[in-house]
Design a protein around this ligand. Structure first.
Ligand code: GLA
Length: 393
């Protein structure tokens, strides 16, 4: 159950002042994985799990951060003019990074703040808790300092914090989904142009089930940056004959007729995933428009296979979960979601079958992996925004 955030805020920061409350969701990605930094399309949606940022402005220049998720870290404090990355500040580097990035752009962030964070996104599950903290901080700063900042600019800033301040070379998908999410809609984003459109997710008698492998993953320590470099190398080789800026510009046919330009077999597989996954994402949108859920599910399954064989980012936990899910009655499709290397998968399942589904999948998973998976029903929610304090309780 969600703690009483206002009371917690007052007691932790020893104040009677009522703080303001902001919320940024986490995200799932329906299809289009590892395509964002390859100039392709993604199809994510914001979910109802997310991060609350509860804050007030201070009269001085002190910044104080506290997370109810990491109480052992206590209050993390730093002055407004010392925002460099500091290892000992741990999770608080995300809000610090956002404040610094905005200041560098010339935004007038002139006073200190007390901010309490609370997230109900399962930790390390690959549902974008870090981008959620960034965007929750972003909307708080926007309101406190009347920033008048374009939402896409804030999204790009979040990505910049991740890339340059935290040191993870991630694409734009997470911040975009979290910044732009819309209830009951997924968002088709062209990551090259940042053109996007919303697609209503009407699943009739189906639900989206998030399946957590409970295998923790850390992006920074993972092979994420390596995959990105492999794609860049493949692109450079293709550019010897093709005038393209990204792998996302290639059709499957064009890729097949030029793939021999990529000298390293592993890099060729990585590029093949980026190209075919982008095509699958576009086809998935069409399938959804046509109300063809079966075709959508088949594309999800094919996406997982490609992430397993060509991109090699799944691992035994995700594969066990997804393969078990795909075999169950009433399942339209299943795939890993997010960066991979552990974290979560999703499945579209007939409502009536959801309990049996969870039970059977968990049995298979537990038997093979030695510990259980966790299941949540995803509800597709709005993007980052201020919420009324009275609605927080
Ligand atoms: C992580 C990154 C995203 C994206 C996905 C894979 O979530 O933050 O930018 O690359 O992995 O699709």
């Amino acid at each position: 159950m969600k703690p009483d955030l206002i009371t917690q805020f007052k007691s932790i920061f020893q104040t009677n002042e009522t703080p303001e409350v902001f919320f940024a969701p986490g995200r799932i990605n329906l299809i289009g994985e590892h395509t964002d930094y390859n100039g392709g399309h993604v199809f994510p949606a914001a979910i109802s799990f997310g991060t609350y940022a509860v804050g007030r402005m201070r009269q001085d220049q002190k910044l104080r951060f506290y997370s109810l998720n990491f109480p052992d870290k206590a209050i993390i404090e730093c002055p407004l003019n010392r925002l460099d990355y500091a290892k000992e500040h741990d999770w608080a580097n995300y809000p610090k990074g956002m404040i610094l990035a905005l200041k560098k752009l010339g935004y007038n962030i002139h006073s200190g703040m007390d901010i309490l964070y609370y997230g109900d996104i399962p930790n390390g599950a690959g549902l974008s808790s870090s981008a959620s903290i960034e965007m929750a901080t972003g909307v708080l700063l926007e309101e406190f300092f009347a920033l008048n900042i374009d939402r896409v600019a804030m999204i790009e800033l979040g990505q910049q914090v991740e890339n340059q301040y935290i040191g993870v070379n991630s694409g734009i998908m997470d911040q975009f989904a979290i910044g732009m999410g819309k209830q009951n809609h997924a968002l088709l984003l062209d990551c090259q142009t940042l053109h996007y459109k919303y697609a209503p997710i009407k699943l009739d008698n189906h639900v989206i089930i998030i399946m957590n492998t409970n295998k923790k993953r850390t992006l920074a320590g993972s092979k994420y940056n390596e995959r990105r470099e492999q794609c860049e190398t493949a692109l450079e080789e293709l550019q010897k004959q093709l005038s393209i800026k990204t792998l996302g510009e290639l059709t499957n046919e064009l890729f097949l007729s030029h793939q021999q330009l990529i000298t390293n077999e592993i890099n060729r597989k990585r590029a093949r995933h980026a190209v075919t996954e982008n095509q699958r994402t576009l086809q998935a949108l069409e399938a959804l428009h046509e109300g063809n859920l079966t075709a959508f599910g088949n594309l999800m399954n094919a996406s997982h296979q490609s992430l397993k064989d060509d991109y090699e980012v799944t691992g035994i936990e995700l594969d066990t979960l997804v393969e078990a899910a795909q075999k169950q009655q009433g399942v339209v499709g299943a795939r890993m979601t997010g960066a991979g290397f552990g974290g979560c998968a999703i499945a579209i399942v007939e409502k009536e079958q959801q309990e049996a589904f969870q039970q059977h999948v968990n049995d298979i998973y537990q038997r093979k992996i030695g510990y259980g998976a966790t299941f949540y029903i995803a509800s597709i929610a709005d993007g980052a925004k201020k919420i009324e304090s009275s609605k927080v309780l």
